[in-house]
Design a protein around this ligand. Structure first.
Ligand code: AMP
Length: 539
């Protein structure tokens, strides 16, 4: 028997239609690239996205063609996403922090037809254009009077929009059609294109807004500090308008003081970013003595959230921390750490410890851990295995590559994790970063989190170094905070008793800087190369 229900397509444009119709006056506030604050509404964002879509169609853009964006989080970037999908095309976010050659490679791989870019990126685009094969137009996200002199035939976004028609109807597409594209950060090998569909973006937003996930509503004022070009902007460009939450877009300034000012002045209630952003904010708050009167919840992910960050937010500023894990391939949400009915009554201290874990899977994400033979491992909170996931917003393949799922349809995340009986998952490592000592796994992430808990440590990374007897042993690499001094022995004493004896790093080295990828993750491959021949004291 067939269900007798309507076939209502899950399209990204339905999200902005809903926001404009039911939450039309909710604000989208942005710190513009030019400097001043800009205020608009969902109704206006939709009108301008319609103009953009119509103008793109007039330009000959056909459904499925890729259009790149290289921009900070602003109202114009948001309009681009909706205008592009509304023309049936595919928004493709570019990370400006990548090397120019890598960006050119990515743009050719995606076969981008046009690019919408912030003013600040014009010199970069001038250098890229000679290397690009299919690019037809460069639109700069500004007014005509701000267009810079250039070797390229630049078009000002506001002129381009003025030539559009807001009485346009979105180009018809099917929910399974491509809507967006984002390349993985590529810590090894060339980056790979993840292709989101309209359906996966809409379902991902429905997953994200659940109370035990991001818990968003029209009463929220949401600031995505995470750039739209990181992992689908964590889906916030869809989930906030879906519920009619106001958006506060931070533009290009992501330092602690700028973020702190916006959080206060724009009465932000919810925000999301990687741990380094929050560390900088907390340092700013401490130095300036200011507080966070309206902020209720922050989602912290992309890298493990150290306990010191959770503790400072929750005990000093009264802000709930939701530690989350995700990946570009997951649209990106995988798990979120929100207390469950079974853990809500734990003591403060036990909850803080539990929040070190990356959390539980919301409806829409299935997960399990498997051993080397592919067999499922127990959920006992101790046994580590490769983390496998399934869900309607999880990739099956990369652009131009074959299916990557295993025979039962699971996606191998490349992360190593354990899951406890309450369903709380904890990432212990990337599979390729795991330290194997005497056949047992040591979690580099756990050690790093503990090390940054020392007041003199700014950043820490733990890598495996060859050892005659154990195969590999952990080496702790540390960047000290400015004008702070701490010795190797002091740090080892600090860790002693906080981890199992055999997890204790064999040595500590101090460096000026730890290398990072373009998405801010520690680049362990580079560190391992650098310390390849390092002789551990006891080796
Ligand atoms: P990306 O696709 O660039 O967002 O990178 C995804 C990877 O970042 C994951 O596979 C994890 O290795 C790592 N990651 C993301 N969130 C966390 C987290 N909360 N804790 C530890 N690692 C994380």
């Amino acid at each position: 028997m067939q269900g007798l229900m309507q076939d209502w397509p899950l399209l990204c444009t339905k999200v902005i239609d809903h926001a404009a119709e039911h939450h039309g006056r909710r604000e989208v506030v942005s710190r513009s690239v030019e400097g001043p604050m800009h205020r608009t509404t969902y109704a206006e964002v939709r009108r301008r996205a319609l103009r953009l879509a119509s103008r793109l169609v007039r330009d000959g853009i056909t459904p499925g063609e890729r259009i790149a964006t290289m921009a900070w989080n602003t109202w114009r970037h948001l309009e681009c996403w909706y205008g592009i999908v509304g023309a049936g095309a595919v928004y493709h976010t570019l990370n400006p922090r990548l090397f120019p050659d890598q960006i050119a490679w990515i743009m050719n791989d995606a076969d981008d037809r046009m690019i919408f870019a912030d003013l600040t990126f014009v010199p970069l685009i001038e250098a890229l254009v000679p290397k690009l094969s299919g690019l037809r137009r460069v639109v700069v996200l500004c007014e005509r009077e701000n267009l810079p002199d250039s070797t390229l035939d630049l078009v000002a976004y506001e002129d381009y929009l003025a030539e559009g028609d807001e009485d346009f109807s979105w180009v018809a597409v099917a929910e399974g059609d491509a809507a967006g594209m984002c390349y993985t950060s590529g810590t090894t090998g060339m980056p790979k294109g993840v292709v989101y569909s309209h359906r996966s973006n809409v379902l991902h937003s429905l997953i994200a807004i659940q109370p035990d996930a991001m818990n968003l509503s029209s009463r929220d004022r949401v600031m995505p500090v995470v750039p739209l070009f990181h992992a689908n902007g964590w889906g916030i460009a869809f989930s906030a308008p879906m519920v009619g939450a106001s958006l506060v877009m931070p533009g290009p300034k992501l330092d602690g003081a700028s973020i702190g000012t916006l959080l206060r002045e724009e009465r932000v209630t919810f925000s999301a970013a990687v741990p380094t952003i929050w560390l900088a904010l907390l340092q700013h708050l401490e130095a300036s003595g200011s507080d966070l009167p309206d902020l209720r919840r922050v989602v912290i992910g992309g890298a493990a959230c150290p306990r010191v960050v959770t503790e400072a937010f929750e005990t000093r500023y009264g802000v709930e921390v939701v530690h989350a894990w995700g990946m570009t391939e997951l649209s990106p949400l995988g798990t979120l750490n929100v207390m469950s009915a079974d853990t809500a009554d734990l003591s403060r201290n036990d909850q803080l410890a539990l929040k070190q874990k990356q959390g539980r899977a919301p409806f829409g994400v299935e997960m399990r851990i498997v051993g080397d033979d592919g067999a499922e491992l127990p959920r006992d909170g101790r046994t580590f295995g490769r983390l496998m996931v399934k869900g309607p917003a999880i990739a099956t393949a990369y652009h131009g590559h074959g299916d990557v799922l295993d025979k039962d349809g699971w996606f191998d995340t490349g992360d190593v994790a354990h899951i406890d009986p309450d369903g709380f998952m904890q990432i212990t490592d990337r599979a390729k970063d795991v330290i194997k000592s005497g056949g047992e796994w040591i979690s580099s992430i756990d050690l790093e989190n503990l090390a940054v808990g020392h007041p003199a440590v700014a950043e820490a990374a733990v890598i495996g170094v060859a050892h005659d007897r154990w195969g590999e042993r952990p080496l702790l690499v540390v960047v000290r905070k400015p004008s702070c001094d701490v010795s190797r022995d002091e740090l080892l004493r600090f860790l002693d008793g906080r981890v199992a004896r055999w997890w204790m790093p064999d040595d500590v080295v101090f460096v000026d800087e730890i290398p990072h990828t373009a998405t801010g993750k520690i680049q362990k491959t580079t560190l391992r190369d650098r310390f390849r021949d390092y002789r551990l004291p006891a080796a």
